[in-house]
Ligand binder design. Sequence first.
Ligand code: GDD
Ligand code: MN
Length: 359
Amino acid sequence: MEVSQVTLSIIVPTYNELDNPKRLINEIMRYLPDGTFEVIFVDDSSDERSIEWLNALCKTYPFVRLFHRVQERGLGSAVVRGLELACGEWIAVMDADLQHPASVLPEMMRALSAGYDVVIPSRFVPGGSDGGLSLPRKWISFTARLIGRLALKRLRKVSDPTSGFFMMKRAVIEGVALRPVGWKILIEILARGSYTLILEIPYTFEARAFCESKMSLYEQWNYLRHLGRLILDSPEERRVYLFALVGASGVFVNELFYDVLIHLQVALWIAGMLSGFIAMVTNFVLNDRLTWVDARAGQAHRRFLKYVITSLIGIAISTVVLSFLAYGERVNSLYANGAGIAVATVWNFYINNFWTWRK
Ligand code: GDD
Ligand code: MN
């Protein structure tokens, strides 16, 4: 087949799927016109019969390609290998076990031609369903999505970021180094890829009819490791975590000096203000060197000035909260100061992010 004719490369990772790939090919051929697509199986099977089925498919259909791996294993890295081999301008990834219906492919292609960069069939938009998962798996999947979307900002706009089913333009991943840990290649692409328009369309995740799922506890652990790596690798994503860490060190400095000042019989509101100032200086240095290290534009003293203004307003906010809680002995004054700091922290992050360290 002429490489230039292929619009769509469908990458299918397989591991001991027996004749499921054949069923999948039949489904794909029902929905896509001949000659417009190729299917790349990236196979890690240990089972001889599964490998034979794939070899037979390759011989029968010119649009089927097989890459069999011996050294490596794992869903995510299999897809990355498929991406390297793909010829199409558009690339789809789907499972071999028919849980991802091929009937959605034409609609996904229409969305790409309409200008979307990534199309994700979702179980969690109106009309979609995750009926094919057992109750415990539903719960695990829910928790995984929740953690993922809390951890990474770029996953938040997507309802089904842990899906193994999606289609995208090649440009989304061109020049992007993908280093997935474990299964969830889509979170890798969403976190590192370049795209603007994402569309989610509903679909029903069917129950697996043949063979078994390869999901394991180890893969769930990998998922957490994967999220951690994506946070560390992205200046944008790790900012809020670094800011929280720097902030925690500031809380310690603040509370320490506050406690000392209180013991020196300094008035409560003065102690609150002074300890805030000291923590502000140590926090500025750490934030400038760590949190926003990639966003240091202009002169340092201007950043410091902006930081001071932001923090002063922050201290005013926290002092109001502190006074409100501590006077009249409503709350222990150390806790009251802590509550004030918490409110001021949120204020500080946003103002600093959009003003002090604006590139
Ligand atoms: N090459 C390769 N190597 N393929 C693998 C491996 C591996 O180590 N492990 C699994 N696969 C293949 C399977 O053969 C199948 O085609 C696909 O990856 C998904 O594996 P399943 O075992 O069917 O996973 P699942 O159904 O429990 O979970 C799937 O659906 C979820 C919901 O959409 C996966 O796609 C998940 O990523 C997805 O969240
Ligand atoms: Mn499956």
